[in-house]
Design a protein around this ligand. Structure first.
Ligand SMILES: [Zn+2]
Length: 120
């Protein structure tokens, strides 16, 4: 195996795959490997792919790629893990606690619906 240039990188990818995680970004991999620039990760990925050590499937959305060992022993996850649930907060209008489905939500469902009708 062409361990000299790709070994540490492949070990990082295999570890992420074993944890059920998607492929880390070039920036994250560069930091983990002590490489100065994310481009150095890109170069190693391309070289490992060209050497037949891994297959890379490009995606349109995050995580943008699925990397798999050529022998099928591991593959990074296709989807990012689900976002952690947000803590309940109080509605800014009626002060009742509610569980927001995203960070920029400050009104409970009834108040949010009423608010959008009034705003229009
Ligand atoms: Zn409310």
């Amino acid at each position: 195996m062409a361990d000299s240039f790709a070994g540490p990188l492949l070990r990082q990818l295999a570890a992420a795959a074993r944890r059920g995680e998607p492929c880390p970004s070039n920036r994250e991999l560069a930091a983990a490997l002590g490489l100065g620039m994310p481009q150095q990760v890109q170069w190693r990925l391309r070289a490992a792919e060209a050497a037949g050590l891994i297959t890379i499937r490009r995606l349109r959305t995050r995580p943008f790629r699925v990397v798999a060992a050529a022998d099928g022993s591991w593959a990074t996850a296709e989807a990012a893990p689900p976002a952690p649930a947000l803590a309940p907060r109080r509605c800014l209008n009626c002060r009742r606690p509610f569980r927001p489905e995203h960070r920029h939500r400050f009104l409970c469902d009834p108040c949010g619906a009423r608010n959008s009708r009034v705003a229009l």
